[in-house]
Design a protein around this ligand. Structure first.
Ligand code: B1M
Length: 211
């Protein structure tokens, strides 16, 4: 099996140590960092997203795959930076104010990273002001908000409204998700996207940047 295919398989299987070693070997063998990124890491996480959507794998497997991708990415990152490879877009993510549930948010962030987006993770308990300020400051493409409590979802509405107020012609898109969040709620508050799982969040973000 060639190195790219072996690395892609290690990512899909969530083999964290192996993924790191294979990324090192691929670079040593003279493969292009961009090829390793696209054909092994991103392709591997795309496959993970597909399997997750059809319930062939579950949250623990996705987390292991994402961690493997991050391990390989650690090796690749300095070479990608040197080569001037641009991320697909920048996504500011966080769990909304009053909400400490961060497993789904972390999953979404890792899958977006796996798809080639740069992530600015604001953590949990994030107020609307912080989402908007960070998105403007970092020149983000997307604000991705997660909520797990019905009592905290209103911060999503506050964020959408504050963004319109602070940056009326904003190109920054808003995307929301989390167990109590629905498409209907997203439409009502004027969010640009709603994802019922982390893989869908990736599809939506790709749609925003036209890829
Ligand atoms: Co709490 N909790 N919890 N909890 N907790 C829930 C959410 C609850 C449904 C349990 C229940 O009562 N049945 C309930 C909420 C009820 C409601 O509001 N309707 C609840 C409650 C009430 C509470 C407390 C208030 C309990 C208390 O103290 N009395 C308290 C609140 C603390 C706070 O946040 N201020 C609390 C605390 C906790 C723990 C700290 C113990 C822990 C969180 C640990 C952590 O996250 N670091 C916890 C947990 C683990 C849960 C459950 C069991 C699991 C949540 C989870 O991680 N799911 C949950 C019950 C349940 O869901 N079975 C529950 C897995 C995760 C992958 O799913 O985050 O939905 P999820 O993400 C999904 C999608 O929603 C989507 O992608 C993921 C899958 O691919 N997604 C997005 C998420 N964000 C997205 C963003 C997107 C797109 C997709 O675009 C931007």
């Amino acid at each position: 099996m060639d190195r790219i295919a072996a690395l892609k398989d290690a990512i899909i299987a969530g083999e964290m140590a192996q993924a790191k070693g294979l990324a090192e070997q691929a670079l040593e063998a003279g493969l292009e960092p961009k090829e390793i990124l696209n054909e092994a890491l991103i392709a591997g996480m795309d496959k993970v997203g597909e399997l997750f959507k059809v319930n062939e794998i579950y949250v623990p497997e996705v987390l292991l795959a994402a961690k493997s991708m991050q391990n390989a990415m650690q090796i690749l990152k300095p070479h990608l930076v040197k080569g001037g490879i641009q991320p697909r877009g920048k996504v500011v993510v966080g769990t909304v104010r009053g909400d400490l549930h961060d497993i789904g948010k972390n999953l979404m962030a890792m899958m977006l990273e796996g798809a080639g987006f740069e992530i600015v993770d604001l953590g949990n308990d994030v107020p609307a002001e912080k989402f908007v300020e960070a998105a403007i400051e970092h020149g983000a493409t997307v604000i991705g908000m997660s909520a797990l409590l019905t009592t905290t979802m209103h911060t999503m509405k506050d964020t959408v409204e504050l963004l319109k107020q602070k940056d009326p012609d904003s190109k920054i898109r808003t995307m929301i998700g989390g167990a109590p969040v629905t498409r209907n709620f997203a439409d009502r508050i004027g969010a640009d996207g709603y994802g019922d799982d982390a893989a869908t969040a990736v599809d939506i973000a790709k749609g925003f940047v036209g890829s």
